[in-house]
Write a protein that binds this ligand. Structure first.
Ligand SMILES: N[C@@H](CCC(=O)N[C@@H](CS)C(=O)NCC(=O)O)C(=O)O
Length: 307
């Protein structure tokens, strides 16, 4: 299998989702640590602007968003399955809810003053101020949830999840699926919040399930510098285009812009290289990375002509 490179940082919940999927699949991967706030010049040399964590790189192919990254990992290593037959659609749908609604409830729940103090213990005040300003811009499109509302909603979600898991090993029965990994990373983040993590003590089925998930580990990894990852892209050729099943009336080769619609909406500009049912691929030229192809999922991204 080709070298899998993950651009991420330790405290990133969405990165934890992918690190654990690497463990689940028993994969070997290369770890590039990126900054946890802007600027991220070596990451955006590869992505053309996309700034979120994580990003997966295979040669000159750059995969954004964990929904797509998980699909690409599955295509490279189908067993054990992330989308087991019979529960594939249900697990994708629950995963989408967890990556959006559950995550954006767990974050304001955790970042109330007591959780914030635990997460940023020992961090200089000016770094915390810079981080807060970065995240205010990052999530400007989303409504703000106050701590009391976040606590109420998060408690209700945990009660539902506890009931859903019941006696089962995983959310859809004896086999893990993408839903488990998507639910896990939000709770993993809450667990880092010191006193606010106590909320999880009241949910024994979730606790037991969390331990099953974390036992997958992170696979085997080696460290790579961001400069070396750029060289890997520079020296590789991207995979052939997936062709076009475009619904936007844009033909391959036209100049386009894609961007996420929820958070981190920085634009990626290039030419349309591929337009599959669930994936958009954009070719772009970077002074350092050379010709790269950036892939984003359809869901959660918008595509438009550059002019
Ligand atoms: N939908 C994205 C969400 C990724 C995301 O929001 N990641 C967070 C970190 S866990 C992020 O990028 N925050 C801003 C940053 O790290 O600069 C995905 O599934 O990959």
């Amino acid at each position: 299998m080709k070298q899998l490179i993950l651009h991420h940082y330790p405290m990133s919940p969405f990165a934890e989702k992918i690190r654990l999927i690497f463990g689940f699949k028993g994969l070997q991967w290369s770890s590039v640590i990126i900054p946890n706030m802007m600027p991220k010049p070596d990451l955006t040399a590869l992505t053309g602007g996309y700034r979120k964590s994580p990003v997966m790189q295979i040669g000159a192919d750059i995969y954004c968003d964990t929904a797509l990254i998980a699909e690409v990992i599955e295509a490279n290593m189908p067993c054990p399955a992330l989308y087991p037959s019979g529960i594939a659609a249900a697990s994708r749908t629950l995963a989408q809810w967890a990556d959006s609604t559950l995550f954006w409830t767990a974050v304001p729940y955790t970042l109330q003053p007591a959780g914030l103090a635990a997460l940023f213990e020992g961090v200089p005040a000016e770094t915390i101020t810079a981080f807060a300003a970065d995240r205010n811009a990052f999530r400007a499109n989303l409504p703000r949830m106050r701590p009391a509302d976040a606590t109420t909603a998060f408690t209700l979600y945990l009660e539902r999840l506890e009931e859903m898991i019941g006696e089962q090993d995983f959310f859809f029965g004896p086999a893990a699926s993408i839903a488990d990994f998507s639910i896990y990373h939000s709770l993993w983040f809450v667990r880092r919040g010191g006193p606010v993590a106590k909320i999880l003590d009241s949910f024994p089925a979730i606790q037991a399930w969390s331990e099953r998930l974390s036992a997958f580990g992170h696979g085997t990894l080696d460290k790579l510098s961001s400069g070396a990852a750029i060289s890997v892209a520079h020296d590789a050729a991207a995979e052939p285009s997936v062709g076009s099943s475009d619904s936007h009336g844009i033909t391959l080769g036209e100049k386009v812009i894609v961007s996420a619609t929820d958070t981190g909406t920085e634009q990626i500009e290039g030419t349309l290289y591929g337009a599959a049912k669930n994936r958009i691929s954009i070719a772009r030229e970077d002074p350092r990375a050379g010709q790269v192809v950036v892939h984003v999922p359809r869901l959660g991204f918008e595509l438009r002509r550059a002019s």
